[in-house]
Ligand binder design. Structure first.
Ligand code: ZN
Length: 989
C-alpha cells in the first residue's frame, strides 16, 4: 500500500475545503432558484455527485455566496432573494389539519375528538395484551434518573438541564429488547424508572387529559406542571417531569404543543412568525439545534422493528400529525398533502399498534442485509470494536509516566471484547506483538516512507498477533506499556522525529487485516467500529505527512499544504474503514493544529489539546473508546410551508452514498454525519421564503445510521410549531439560550482566523444594535435605544461570547482557539451553551450552591466558587474560606463534586483547575469574568443584587481588589452601542 485508497464517491470539494469547514451553506444552491424546487432539482442539487462541488460547497469557498442571503452579514435583515423556491405542490394548503385527528390540539376533552380520541382514551385505560401500546409505563419512564446531592433549586436552572448520561457503548441498547417481530411495541421497553426522590414534588399525571398530554410528548418533552416557583436565586426550580433535557420549561404551558423537541431538537423560538419580514430578521435568527442520535433513558422512543411508512409523493414519514381516514386507513401527508394508502393497516380503530401515529419520536430498527444482521433472528452479536493506541516515543519524564498511568486506565476500562493494538512511533514505527507473555517485542517498520505492501504482508502473515481482545492480552499489553521509556536524545521537543503518517498507515493496515480488498471487507460486515487513539507531544515532522517545523523553510507553504492534503486523505481512508482517528495532544510543544486537524476531522475523530498527560488526558482516552454509537449517518430535514433550511452547521459532510429511495416531489434537505455520536449537535438555520398562512409549521428530522450491532436505525422526529402574527408574541416565545447558541455558532463558524474573529466581534455589536432597532424602543430625548425586555438575557450572553475563548483573546495560542472553535461547532446544545456563556456558582453551605453573575465582584474572600465554561471548569477558594481548615476542606469537596457532576457526560472532558484567591492561576478565571468593578454602585446592584447586603467598607474593600483594565464592563459595552440595558423582569436576580 503506497497511497491510501479513497471511496470512489468522495466529494472532490471536500478534499480542497481546507481547515475547519464543518458546515454547508444551502443557499449556494441558488442556481436552482428559478426552477421550482422539484425532486429532480433536489436530487441533483443535494445528492448528485456531479453537482456536489457547487451544491454543497462550503460557503466561504463559494463564489455564489456573496449574493446569497445567509452569507451576508447575518444581521442584515431580509437580505437577498430566496435562493430557491418551492414548487406550489410542496407548499401546504391551509386546512390540512383536521382537529379531530390532530393529537396536539386534542386537549383531552371528552368527546373532543372522534375515533382517534376515543382510541387514545381506550388505550390509556386498557393497555392489556402484548400488542397494545400502553401509554402508562411510558409516562412512568419519564422520571429523572437520580442525580446529585446538590439540591436542585440552587444548582440547575431549568435552562440547562443536564443531558442524562449513558455509556456510549450502550448507545445501541435500544436493541436489547428482542421484539418478537411483527409490528408491536414490547411493553418491556417502557419499564418504569425507579421513583426518583426529586420527583416527590411533582404529581404523576393521572389518567386524564394529563396522561394524553404526557403521552403526546413521549419522545419529546413533556409539559411541565403549571406551578413554576422561582427559587431564591431567581431561577425557576427544575420541575422533574419537565427536565427531560428541556430548555423550554420557562416558556411552556400545558396547552403549548410546541414544547416538543427536547431533548433532541431545540428551537430558537416556540412559535414561528407568520410574517417573513419578522422571521427573517437576521440579527435574531430563527433555527434549531438538533442532537439526532442522543439517547435519553428517561424518554426513550418506541422502537419499531419494521420499515417506516413514507409518503409516496414527498418521502416524508407518517407521523402523529397526519390525518388518518377512519376505516380505510388512508393518511394525508402534512408536508405535501398527498393522500397515501396504508394498505389497510391504519384502518383499525385502535392505534395501539402504531406508535408512529401517536408519539413524536420513533426509532425504526431494520435488518441490514449488508451485515447479515436480521431483526427476525434477534440481536446479532455486535462485531468487536478495535482500539489502536498510537504512542509518541518522544515524551520526556514526567510526561511518559503520566501517559503510562493514563494508558493503564484506558485499558482497564475498555469493554473486554475490544481488540487492542499498541504501536509506538518516532523515527520508525514499532508494532507490538500481543502474543508474547513476559516480553515486549515489536516489529519495526521504517517511518521515512509509507509502508510497502511487502512489509505489511510480512507483518500480517507473520507469527505475531498485533490486534487482540483486551480480555486475553491485558497482562501483555500492561507489560508493553510499562516498558515504554522516556525520550533520551538531545533534540528539542519540536524537532524530535515523529513519523505519524506512516504509523497511521500501519494501524489502518492492521485493522483492515489480511483480507485485502476494501470492498469485500466492508461487505463482510463483521468488522466493528474502530478507533486510532494518537497520544502525542509534538507535530508530525518525519516521513509522509511531515510539515516543516521552521516557518523560514524555503518551501514552507507548499510542504505544509502537502502534509495537510496527505493527512486528510489518510483520514478519509480511515473513515471508509469505519475507523475514527482521535488525536490527543499534551505538553508545551506546539503541535501544528492546522496540519493535524484534517486527519482527525476527515475520519470523524477529534483533536484535543491537554496541559499534560494526566487525569483529564486519561479520561478523554477512555471516553473516546466508547463515544460512538453508529456509522454511515445521514441527517434529513423536511419542513412544511415556506420554511427553508439555509445552512447546516455541525459535523456534517457531503453524502457519499446515494439515497435508498427517491420520491417524485421530495423536499428534503440532507447531509451526511461525519460521525454518529450522542454528544453532537447540528444547527439548522432557517428562513421563510414567504409569509405563512397556516396555523402550524411541521418539521421532520430523520437520522439514519448503522448502529453498533450493524442494524439500520431510522430515528424519525416530527414536531410542529404554532405560528403567530404578533411580533411581541414571537419575542416572548424566543428561547434565549437556544437563540444565543444559534447566534454563537453562526458567528464562530466565520471566525476562521484571528482577523475574522475580530470582525465577528464587531458583528455581535451590530447584531445587538439591529435587534434593538427592530424590537426595542427609542428613549425619549436621547439617542439611546432600549433593548427589548423579552430578550433581557441575550445582550449579556452575547457579551460573554464576544469576550470568551471562542472569539476573544483569553486563550494563549491561536491553535488553541482553533481547536475550541472546532469542538464548539460540533457540540450538543448543553456544551455549546456553556462554552458560550460561563456559569458561576457560589457555594452556600453543606453542598448547596447558588448561581451568581459571572462578574469579578463575585470573587469575595468569604466564598468558594465554581465557574463552568464548557471546556474549562475552575474552582476558586476565597482567602477567608482557606483560613478555616475544616471549612475549606468541606467547601472544596462540595465544589469538586459539583464540577465533576457538571462534566460527567461531556466529551471532550474539560480540565478542572483549582485555584486560590491571589494565586497566579486565578488570573485564568478572572479573565473569564466581566470587570463589573468599573460600573457604578447602582449598576452593580441592578446586576448583582446580593452586593446590597455588603457594608460600605466591605464593598470598598472588594472594589480595591481589582485593578484598572481597558476591558469594558457589560454596562460600558452597552453604552458604547448606545443601548439601554433591558429591563429585567421581576423574579430574575
Ligand atoms: Zn408527502
Amino acid at each position: 500500500m503506497t497511497t491510501p485508497m479513497l471511496p470512489s464517491k468522495a466529494s472532490p470539494s471536500s478534499a480542497s475545503s481546507g481547515f475547519l469547514d464543518p458546515y454547508y451553506d444551502m443557499s449556494s444552491n441558488s442556481q436552482a432558484s428559478t426552477a421550482p424546487f422539484s425532486a429532480t432539482a433536489a436530487a441533483t442539487a443535494l445528492n448528485g455527485p456531479s453537482s456536489l462541488p457547487s451544491a454543497l460547497r462550503p460557503a466561504f469557498s463559494s463564489p455564489l455566496v456573496s449574493s446569497a442571503a445567509s452569507s451576508s452579514p447575518p444581521f442584515v435583515a431580509g437580505a437577498g432573494a430566496p435562493p430557491f423556491a418551492f414548487s406550489s405542490s410542496s407548499s401546504l394548503p391551509s386546512g390540512t389539519m383536521s382537529s379531530s385527528f390532530d393529537l396536539s390540539s386534542f386537549k383531552g376533552e371528552p368527546g373532543g375528538g372522534d375515533g382517534l380520541a376515543d382510541n387514545l382514551r381506550a388505550m390509556s385505560l386498557t393497555g392489556q395484551g402484548q400488542n397494545r401500546y400502553s401509554p402508562l409505563p411510558m409516562m412512568m419512564g419519564m422520571g429523572m434518573p437520580p442525580r446529585s446531592a446538590v439540591p436542585p433549586s440552587s444548582y440547575l436552572p431549568p435552562a440547562s438541564a443536564p443531558s442524562f448520561g449513558r455509556p456510549a457503548a450502550a448507545a445501541a441498547s435500544s436493541m436489547a429488547y428482542a421484539l418478537g417481530g411483527g409490528s408491536s411495541v414490547s411493553p418491556s421497553l417502557f419499564v418504569p424508572s425507579p421513583p426518583d426522590p426529586m420527583m416527590t414534588g411533582a404529581a404523576m399525571p393521572t389518567m386524564s387529559s394529563r396522561s394524553l398530554g404526557a403521552m403526546q410528548s413521549m419522545g419529546g418533552v413533556s409539559p411541565p406542571p403549571s406551578a413554576q416557583s422561582p427559587s431564591s436565586n431567581g431561577f425557576f426550580a427544575p420541575v422533574p417531569v419537565s427536565t427531560v433535557g428541556s430548555v423550554t420549561d420557562r416558556d411552556l404551558n400545558e396547552e403549548d404543543p410546541a414544547s416538543a423537541g427536547a431533548p433532541f431538537v431545540y428551537f430558537s423560538a416556540q412559535k414561528i412568525p407568520t410574517q417573513k419580514k419578522i422571521a427573517n430578521i437576521g440579527s435574531l435568527p430563527f433555527g434549531a439545534l438538533i442532537s439526532p442520535v442522543k439517547e435519553v433513558d428517561a424518554a426513550r422512543p418506541p422502537v419499531l422493528t419494521r420499515n417506516p411508512v413514507r409518503c409516496e409523493m414527498c418521502g416524508a414519514h407518517v407521523n402523529l400529525y397526519c390525518k388518518v381516514a377512519p376505516r380505510i386507513g388512508q393518511w394525508t401527508c402534512v408536508f405535501c398533502t398527498h393522500t397515501n394508502s396504508s394498505s389497510g393497516n391504519y384502518s383499525v380503530d385502535d392505534f395501539g399498534s402504531w406508535p408512529e401515529l401517536v408519539v413524536k419520536t420513533v426509532d425504526y430498527v431494520i435488518s441490514n442485509p449488508r451485515s447479515g444482521y436480521s431483526v427476525a433472528s434477534g440481536v446479532a452479536p455486535a462485531p468487536a470494536p478495535s482500539a489502536i493506541l498510537l504512542i509518541d516515543e518522544n515524551l520526556s519524564d514526567p510526561y511518559m509516566q503520566e501517559l503510562q498511568k493514563s494508558l493503564f486506565g484506558v485499558m482497564e476500562k475498555m469493554p473486554e471484547d475490544t481488540r487492542v493494538g499498541i504501536i509506538t512511533y518516532g523515527a520508525a514505527v514499532s508494532v507490538y506483538d500481543l502474543s508474547e507473555p513476559g516480553i515486549a517485542s515489536a516489529d519495526v517498520l521504517p517511518g521515512s516512507s509509507s509502508p510497502t505492501e511487502e512489509a505489511i504482508k510480512i507483518l500480517l502473515y507473520g507469527s505475531g498477533s498485533f490486534l487482540s481482545p483486551i480480555h486475553s492480552c491485558a497482562p501483555i499489553a500492561h507489560s508493553i506499556v510499562s516498558s515504554l521509556r522516556p525520550y533520551r536524545g538531545k533534540a528539542v521537543e519540536s524537532e524530535r522525529k515523529r513519523c505519524l503518517g506512516a504509523a497511521v498507515e500501519v494501524a489502518l493496515a492492521l485493522i483492515r487485516g489480511p483480507m485485502g480488498e476494501e470492498e469485500s471487507i466492508r461487505n463482510r460486515g463483521d468488522m466493528g467500529l474502530s478507533r486510532i487513539l494518537v497520544c502525542t507531544s509534538g507535530p508530525p515532522n518525519y516521513g509522509p505527512g511531515a510539515a516543516p517545523v521552521n516557518e523560514e523553510h524555503p518551501n514552507f507553504a507548499y510542504e505544509e499544504a502537502n502534509a495537510k492534503a496527505y493527512l486528510e486523505t489518510l483520514g478519509k481512508e480511515a473513515k471508509y474503514l469505519d475507523v475514527a482517528v482521535d488525536i490527543f495532544c499534551a505538553g508545551a510543544c506546539p503541535v501544528k493544529v492546522p496540519v493535524l486537524h484534517p486527519l482527525a476531522k476527515a475520519s470523524g475523530g477529534l483533536l484535543w489539546l491537554h496541559d499534560d498527560f494526566g487525569e483529564t488526558f486519561g479520561g478523554n482516552l477512555q471516553r473516546a473508546v466508547s463515544r460512538v454509537c453508529g456509522t454511515e449517518g445521514v441527517l434529513e430535514v423536511r419542513c412544511s410551508g415556506p420554511v427553508a433550511i439555509t445552512r447546516i452547521i455541525g459535523p456534517a459532510e457531503a453524502i457519499t452514498d446515494s439515497q435508498e429511495e427517491s420520491f417524485p416531489e421530495d423536499i428534503v434537505t440532507s447531509c451526511g454525519m461525519s460521525s454518529v455520536e450522542e454528544n453532537q449537535g447540528f444547527v439548522l438555520c432557517m428562513e421563510l421564503r414567504d409569509d405563512v398562512s397556516q396555523d402550524h409549521v411541521h418539521f421532520q428530522f430523520v437520522a439514519r445510521y448503522v448502529n453498533l450491532e450493524r442494524a439500520r436505525v431510522v430515528r424519525v422526529i416530527t414536531l410542529r410549531l404554532p405560528t403567530t402574527g404578533s411580533a411581541s408574541t414571537y419575542l416572548n416565545a424566543v428561547v434565549e439560550d437556544v437563540a444565543a447558541v444559534l447566534i454563537a455558532k453562526r458567528t464562530v463558524v466565520e471566525a476562521l482566523t484571528p482577523e475574522d474573529a475580530a470582525d465577528m466581534k464587531l458583528s455581535i455589536d451590530e447584531r445587538l444594535k439591529d435587534i434593538a432597532l427592530h424590537f426595542g424602543t427609542q428613549m425619549k430625548g436621547s439617542k439611546m435605544r432600549k433593548f427589548p425586555s423579552e430578550l433581557h438575557r441575550l445582550p449579556e450572553m452575547l457579551f460573554h461570547l464576544r469576550r470568551g475563548a471562542l472569539l476573544g483573546s483569553i486563550v494563549g495560542h491561536e491553535d488553541e482557539r482553533a481547536v475550541l472553535r472546532n469542538v464548539f461547532l460540533q457540540a450538543s446544545f448543553d456544551l455549546s451553551l456553556r462554552m458560550t456563556v460561563p456559569r458561576l456558582l457560589a457555594h452556600v453551605q453543606g453542598g448547596t450552591f447558588e448561581e451568581v453573575p459571572a462578574v469579578n465582584l463575585a470573587l469575595q474572600s468569604e466564598v468558594s466558587l465554581v465557574l463552568d465554561h464548557g471546556t474549562d471548569v475552575f474552582i476558586w477558594m476565597g482567602l477567608d474560606v482557606l483560613a478555616d481548615e475544616a471549612k475549606s476542606a468541606g467547601a472544596l469537596a462540595a465544589c469538586k463534586t459539583l464540577a465533576l457532576e457538571a462534566v460527567e457526560n461531556r466529551f471532550p472532558l474539560p480540565r478542572i483547575v483549582v485555584c486560590k484567591e491571589a494565586d497566579s492561576k486565578a488570573r485564568y478565571l478572572l479573565a473569564r469574568l466581566v470587570p463589573a468593578h468599573k460600573d457604578s454602585p447602582f449598576e452593580q446592584d441592578a446586576w448583582f443584587p446580593k452586593l446590597r447586603t455588603l457594608q460600605p467598607e466591605q464593598r470598598a474593600k472588594l472594589k480595591t481588589k481589582f485593578f484598572h483594565t481597558d476591558d469594558p464592563s457589560f454596562f460600558e459595552y452597552l453604552k458604547s452601542l448606545k443601548l439601554m440595558p433591558p429591563e429585567v423582569p421581576s423574579g430574575f436576580r
